[in-house]
Design a protein around this ligand. Structure first.
Ligand code: CO
Ligand code: CO
Length: 320
């Protein structure tokens, strides 16, 4: 994303920009002083579900996620919206209300924004947060031996595409909508509480794309245990029907060369790990001696945390 501007801004000219230009990460971090840094991010996308309110809430949860993925606390946001001129005013209002209520749940105030007209709706937030610069979680922080924890199941892309094709059943859609609306706040708080260093959120590049970004940025390999990876209830069924969005094929094309699959895994099973996740969970690297305490604390906070693999030496992702 930043490559076209890489020649314009030199990292050495911005010593307080701790994360941004040189390393690909979820949000930019700007140091104010020793203890405080500003974290800044934006995200917006086209509708993933039919319900306008849910779409707004999912888009907001997704925008806030990049702050949580780096161990930050969001507090201020702006709307970014592109809405068709013929869209009924009630629908636009529901999108913005979904986003606003999700932001308020997160303790964030939306203090304005900007709307333009466009044929296809787009909505999201610009989010500002605080982070302790010494406690920030980044993609470079995974260490060999760390356990890998995922905090939401996979299956959002394959299910919402089944919905678009009229193939999804209502319960399956409800399940993925609830997950996509869920904030990554508690997962991020846990990461800070346990002084974790390596983490990211799983979004459009799929589990394997984001895992690979983290592995390559950290100079390590990863081994994922397919049977330990949580899937939403309908994910396998829709994978059989092959309702993967186009992004899944793109992800396989871009990241496939870095992944080695056990030969027992079928084509559809492999594709589930390339499925784009709108507003997916966090992928966290947890030191092995902290794993038990981490799981206990996660259970206390009602925060799902699936151990799906580990960080190993090497330069590939193995899926066994
Ligand atoms: Co992200
Ligand atoms: Co993002």
């Amino acid at each position: 994303m930043l490559r076209p501007i890489a020649n314009t801004f030199q990292p050495q000219d911005y010593p307080d920009l701790l994360v941004g230009l040189s390393s690909p990460d979820d949000a930019a971090i700007w140091r104010i002083d020793e203890d405080r840094a500003i974290i800044l991010t934006t995200d917006f996308f086209t509708p993933v579900v039919d319900d306008a309110y849910d779409y707004g809430a999912i888009a907001a949860a997704n925008s806030l996620s990049d702050v949580y993925a780096m161990g930050g606390t969001p507090f201020l946001a702006l709307n970014i919206a592109a809405l068709p001129p013929d869209l009924p005013i009630e629908i636009s209002a529901e999108i913005l209300r979904g986003g606003a209520e999700k932001a308020r749940e997160a303790g964030v105030v939306i203090a304005g924004g900007h709307t333009v007209q466009d044929k296809e709706p787009k909505y999201g937030l610009v989010v500002v947060g605080f982070v302790d610069p010494r406690a920030a979680l980044t993609k470079t922080g995974a260490r060999i031996g760390d356990k890998l924890v995922l905090t939401k199941p996979l299956g959002f892309g394959v299910t919402t595409t089944a919905l678009k094709r009229g193939l999804a059943i209502e319960e399956d859609v409800k399940e993925v909508v609830a997950w996509m609306k869920r904030l990554n706040r508690t997962a991020g708080q846990l990461a800070v509480e346990f002084h974790l260093r390596g983490g990211t959120d799983i979004t459009g590049y799929s589990l394997l794309g984001h895992a690979w970004e983290m592995a390559s940025a950290s100079g390590v390999g990863m081994r994922l245990n397919f049977d330990a990876i949580p899937l939403t209830r309908g994910a396998r069924k829709y994978a059989e029907a092959y309702t993967f969005p186009g992004g899944a094929t793109d992800n396989r094309f871009f990241f496939g060369e870095h992944v080695q699959f056990d030969s027992r895994l079928s084509e559809n099973e492999q594709m589930l790990l390339f499925d784009p996740q709108t507003s997916g969970g966090l992928l966290l690297a947890v030191p092995p001696d902290q794993m038990d305490a981490f799981k206990r604390r996660a259970a206390e906070l009602d925060q799902p945390a699936w151990e799906i693999g580990e960080v190993i030496p090497g330069s590939h992702i193995e899926v066994i």
